[in-house]
Write a protein that binds this ligand. Structure first.
Ligand code: FVH
Length: 297
């Protein structure tokens, strides 16, 4: 890690609870900026390298809370967040808690209500980065919850990566985070299927990926147009019809079975297209799938 910058005596103090791979990267980013950084982790040894680089080791969670710093929490689950903070909740009055643990919007809203009852400012966050990216311009971090608490600590939080505040509903950061991840997992499902399919003819995944990446990059360009159909609800003008895509997917699924691979990652989408055709929407655009998802929720 880089050495502490000079002229840092007025930097805001911060405390990090949870020193897994992400919490450690967060604490390192604060230390690099010269912020007095207090750290705590269940497995104390994970703090050793940070302490060697200037962090203060808290012996207990109570010590962290009484340090008076902004509290940044990054643990495996919200249940663990409660497990750790419930016993010290009385000491959280007047403090600000930034929770960067991954969870659902409802979990974030529940924790925000829990914090509000204790007079604690609550900001929920979603980290769109892996630990190695923390502090880099690519490491977007999404926030929602108390706008006042976020504004007061924004400068400090910008050390983790560009910060984007989404609104006062504490669940929004999680909602955006999970929706962005959903897009990524959809892409990965297609990737896994495609390399399995060409792999049936001994074509290496690496070789095929040199064709797939430019193809996907080109296809990403159609998404803003598809989003317009989703927002307008006008699917009749979309020439990318359900029938056309149902038939293409049917060929993909048939070829997969002929080649001896499972088709179950893509079959649900085919099922949605079949439902739309059966409902008389075959000539309209595929973005109507979004309406079908909403009507089943
Ligand atoms: N790592 C990543 O790439 C992703 C990027 C996006 C955001 N996620 C989320 O960040 C949260 C923490 O992830 P992590 O990668 O740091 O996770 P681990 O390295 O597994 O560390 C887990 C920490 O949680 C502590 N912990 C777990 N159970 C307990 C418990 N019962 N009591 C106290 N602490 C507990 C664990 O402590 P220890 O095992 O070291 O003692 C670690 O500090 C997560 O929500 C990701 O989804 C990361």
């Amino acid at each position: 890690m880089d050495s502490k910058p000079t002229g840092t005596k007025d930097r805001a103090p911060v405390a990090v609870i949870g020193l897994g791979s992400m919490g450690t990267a967060l604490a390192e980013a604060f230390l690099r900026n010269g912020n007095p950084t207090t750290v705590w982790n269940r497995t104390g040894g994970k703090a050793d390298a940070l302490v060697a680089n200037g962090a203060n080791r808290a012996q207990t969670v109570s010590d962290v809370v009484s340090s008076g710093s902004l509290l940044v929490v990054c643990l495996s689950t919200y249940d663990v967040v409660h497990e750790i903070l419930d016993p010290v909740s009385d000491a959280l009055s007047g403090r600000v808690l930034v929770n960067l643990t991954n969870g659902t919007p409802e979990q974030a809203r529940e924790l925000a209500a829990w914090a509000a009852k204790r007079g604690t400012g609550y900001v929920d966050g979603g980290i769109m980065a892996v630990p190695a990216m923390i502090g880099a311009p690519e490491a977007l971090v999404l926030y929602s919850g108390s706008e006042d608490a976020f504004a007061r600590h924004r400068e400090l939080l910008e050390n983790l990566g560009p910060a984007r505040f989404l609104g006062s509903d504490a669940g929004l950061a999680s909602l955006y985070d999970l929706a962005l991840l959903a897009g990524m997992y959809g892409m990965l499902a297609g990737f896994y299927h495609s390399v399995a399919l060409v792999g049936t003819e001994q074509i290496p995944a690496g070789e095929f990926t040199t064709l797939l990446v430019p193809w996907l990059n080109a296809m990403v360009g159609i998404l803003p147009g598809v989003a317009e159909y989703v927002d307008s609800g006008d699917h009749e003008a979309d020439a990318n019809s359900v029938v056309l895509n149902r038939d293409a997917l049917a060929n993909i699924l048939a070829a997969s079975r002929e080649q001896g691979i499972a088709a179950d990652l893509l079959a649900p989408l085919q099922g949605r297209f079949e439902e739309l055709v059966a409902a008389g929407h075959g000539a309209g655009g595929t973005a109507r799938v979004v309406e079908a998802l909403r009507s089943r929720s």
